[in-house]
Design a protein around this ligand. Structure first.
Ligand SMILES: [Zn+2]
Length: 61
């Protein structure tokens, strides 16, 4: 998935923090443009990865 703000591939972004939850592994990513994205890695057979771009100007954690 790419950043909705600038189109940068979020896989290239900086991982701010990672948390393990009952829903799976949640990672916060920061795009070079300043947008924050939340990535949820769910265990099989669920959808493996869900990325949500929260937007700029927000702080994670
Ligand atoms: Zn961006």
């Amino acid at each position: 998935m790419r950043c909705t703000e600038c189109g940068w591939p979020l896989s290239e972004g900086e991982t701010i923090s990672t948390h393990r939850t009952s829903e799976g592994q949640v990672s916060y990513l920061r795009c070079p443009c300043g947008a924050i994205a939340v990535r949820l890695r769910q265990p099989p057979p669920s959808t493996p990865v869900i990325d949500v771009v929260v937007g700029r100007g927000l702080t994670a954690g």
